[in-house]
Design a protein around this ligand. Structure first.
Ligand code: ADP
Ligand code: ZN
Length: 703
């Protein structure tokens, strides 16, 4: 098959401009009749690998898929692209099933999705069908080595015997070698070509935060993005419910999801999430496997996950559309203790503990997190990623020897029998009941660390544990003990490097301001609403109509003709016909409305200028115009920059301008004003900062 045909098919039917890594090679192999095993990360784009060949083959493509919800979703997506597809499973009535079976016989359907348990429904007609390709999705379900073993999958080996000349394409996101071999053996694949795509998902940002004030942090996080879907993974069912309730109380559209809930409630929540009717799902790991939603914009781990495989799969549910998406993991000492306990009591304790340890090392990392993740999956990367918290905010080390000495002596004074919180209280000279009961206040070292906050001590002690100077005795009430290395610090003057965990960074504040601006009345928001309305009418998930990525591209490129719209990634022939007019109209309307606002803006500046020229004070102008002081200030700054004769020095002194200039340099010219405001510890107000910056900007353009 020529590259041109493949690309044309991709564009015309799926709307995509180019293949993602490996897709084209896999498709070529499949089309030539080759058995294939494709390993790609979640969101890597596996579906196209069988959906596109299905269109080029003369016969039917059978897709074995374990999840009923997912089948419906994929069939909806295919139909939205004008491709004839159906699914057959036990959720249908006999009549429905019969209808689709007839369509299969008449060869009017290109793809049929079927659960392995339901293959028997096809038994009677199998021989009369031309089957061109068999795709087995989530193929790791066949292997007891994998993590989602499904007994019905183990029968699939007979397919090769029954259709010896039909290529089989097995797909999975599970990379481990034992599972891989097992899949190939059990499916009787003949000399399969194996493709292993990179597991790097560059669009996912990675961040780990200390689990202090988690709920508040989460609320702040969500408030920044009121329209973005996200998942919060929690360890226990109880936490999912409590957290969802707390979020609801502050007005977040959140729901809980866990295996203990009624089936109906669960499927309603899942549907609402998929259809953008529920913004946030607080879930145990029971949630997500059957979800193809491409516009999940963020994933939070409220608790530390048990292992890196699970963590990666869970964060992988964000950003399938390839747009930047955020992931945040909260790390807590308490979680670690609990997980250690679970792991050591469960099956395969040694392996589970080792996996947990790797997870913890990831969370405690002081170098690029993506490198650590990818190396776990066997990929070696040389460059730092630039999209994890460590890359964005490299830790600054300082000489923490004295801190270490204080901490380690405290542990000795407490005879190595107390857990971390008691040690911190002791160091900080806390007067709580436990300390007094034990009469610790009389011991030496008590209170020597009163100058540091609880938060800081917590961080430093965890670093000391990670550096190997002390350890947690998990089987003995989590008391903290010294290791042999502690001696070096206490008696041999070994130096210890510690790092400060940044609590706030300027970057984030800026981003926040930029974002909140962009969420109000942007073209993207207009298009998103339009998409939502259509999705309700058509009863399909919104992302099936257009992905977030497609809407973003429309926002940036403002297509106003069929031709221009067709150039957007994700707009194929069928979608152009169905939605082209409405979306183009929405874009044109938006442009027009903007022109009107621009004009209005023009007059608003003019009004301010006239009042200013008439000699009114800023306060008087604000009052007269019923606008805020800061708005008037911003008008003046704009007018000044545009060349009007306005004496800004009447509002901000030369000294203040100088200070602002210094701040600008130190802060590396942030776009937003908030970093300045914080820098001056709120002593110079926003209005002055704005005007000061205008003066500096003008100086710059003149000099
Ligand atoms: P997986 O099954 O590997 O998790 P999917 O097949 O669901 O991934 O694809 C993930 C997302 O990427 C979907 O929204 C899909 O439409 C999109 N996608 C797949 N291939 C391409 C491509 N070549 N260009 C742009 N988007 C793509
Ligand atoms: Zn990085």
């Amino acid at each position: 098959m020529t590259t041109q045909i493949l690309h044309d098919t991709l564009k015309e039917n799926f709307g995509f401009e180019k293949f993602r890594p490996n897709q084209e090679d896999i498709i070529n192999g499949v089309l030539s009749g080759q058995d294939t095993l494709a390993i790609m990360p979640t969101g890597g784009g596996k579906s196209i690998c069988f959906q596109l060949p299905a269109l080029l083959f003369p016969g039917i493509t059978v897709v074995i898929s374990p999840l009923i919800a997912l089948m419906k979703d994929q069939v909806d997506s295919l139909k939205a692209n004008g491709i004839e597809a159906c699914f057959i499973n036990s959720s249908q009535t006999e009549d429905e099933r019969q209808f689709y079976i007839e369509s299969l016989k008449n060869n009017t359907i290109k793809l049929v999705y079927i659960a392995p348990e339901s293959l028997s429904f096809l038994d009677t007609i199998f021989n009369s069908l031309t089957i061109s390709l068999i795709a087995i999705d989530e193929a790791h379900c066949i292997s007891a080595w994998g993590h989602d073993f499904r007994p019905a999958y183990t029968n699939l080996g007979y397919l090769k015997n029954r259709f010896p000349s039909t290529p089989i394409l097995a797909l999975t996101a599970t990379a481990d070698k034992a599972t891989r071999k097992d899949i190939s053996d059990q499916l009787n694949l003949i000399n399969p070509t194996i493709f292993i795509a990179s597991f790097d998902r560059k669009n996912l940002s990675l961040e780990v935060r200390p689990a202090l004030d988690r709920v508040k942090q989460i609320i702040d996080f969500i408030k920044e993005k009121p329209n973005e879907s996200g998942i919060i993974y929690c360890l226990s069912r109880k936490t999912t419910e409590e957290l969802a309730e707390k979020l609801q109380k502050v007005g977040v559209n959140a729901k809980a999801y866990h295996a203990g809930l009624d089936n109906k409630i669960r499927s309603t929540t899942q549907d609402q999430f998929i259809n953008d009717d529920c913004q946030v799902v607080c879930a145990t790991i029971a949630f997500g496997m059957g979800i193809d939603k491409s516009n999940v914009r963020w994933v939070i781990h409220y608790n530390l996950p048990k292992n890196i495989e699970g963590y990666y799969q869970e964060i992988g549910r964000a950003g399938r559309d390839g747009l930047p998406s955020e992931t945040v993991l909260f790390e807590s000492y308490g979680d670690m203790i609990q997980l250690q306990k679970f792991a050591s009591q469960g099956l395969n304790a040694e392996v589970q503990l080792a996996k947990l340890e790797r997870m913890k090392q990831y969370a405690d990392a002081l170098s690029c997190r993506r490198k650590i993740l990818l190396s776990y999956f066997g990929e070696l990367v040389t460059d730092n990623c630039g999209n994890c918290d460590i890359c964005k905010n490299p830790p600054l080390f300082f000489d923490g020897t004295v801190i270490a000495q204080k901490a380690l002596s405290a542990i000795i004074r407490l005879q190595e029998i107390e857990p971390l919180p008691v040690i911190i209280d002791f160091l900080r000279g806390s007067k709580n009941a436990y300390i007094y009961e034990k009469e610790y206040q009389h011991l030496k070292t008590y209170g020597v660390g009163a100058d540091l906050s609880w938060f800081d001590w917590n961080q430093y002690l965890i670093q000391l544990i990670n550096l190997g100077y002390c350890e947690i005795a998990f089987h003995q009430q989590n008391k903290i003990r010294l290791t042999a290395f502690a001696k070096k610090v206490l008696f041999e003057r070994e130096k210890v490097q510690l790092t400060n965990v940044h609590k706030i960074n300027v970057d984030k504040v800026e981003l926040k301001e930029k974002k909140s601006k962009s969420t109000t009345n942007s073209l993207f928001e207009n298009l998103r609403k339009l998409r939502y309305e259509i999705s309700k009418e058509e009863e399909v998930p919104a992302y099936v109509i257009f992905s977030d990525a497609a809407l973003r591209q429309m926002e940036n490129e403002r297509p106003m003709s069929d031709e221009e719209l067709l150039a957007i990634d994700g707009v194929g022939k069928a979608k152009l016909e169905k939605y082209g007019d409405i979306f183009i109209k929405a874009i044109i309307d938006f442009q027009k409305a903007k022109l009107v606002t621009k004009k209005k803006e023009g007059t608003t500046y003019k009004e301010t200028l006239e009042l200013y020229n008439s000699g009114l004070s800023v306060g008087a102008i604000a009052e007269k115009r019923k606008l805020g002081l800061s708005t008037i200030m911003s008008h003046l700054a704009k007018l000044y920059l545009d060349g009007s004769a306005i004496d800004l020095n009447a509002f901000v002194s030369t000294e203040e301008v100088n200070e602002i200039a210094i701040a600008k340099q130190k802060l590396e010219s942030p776009v937003a004003l908030k970093p300045y405001f914080d820098y001056f510890e709120e002593k110079i107000d926003y209005g002055k900062i704005r005007l000061g910056l205008a003066i500096l900007e003008k100086e710059n353009t003149i000099s």
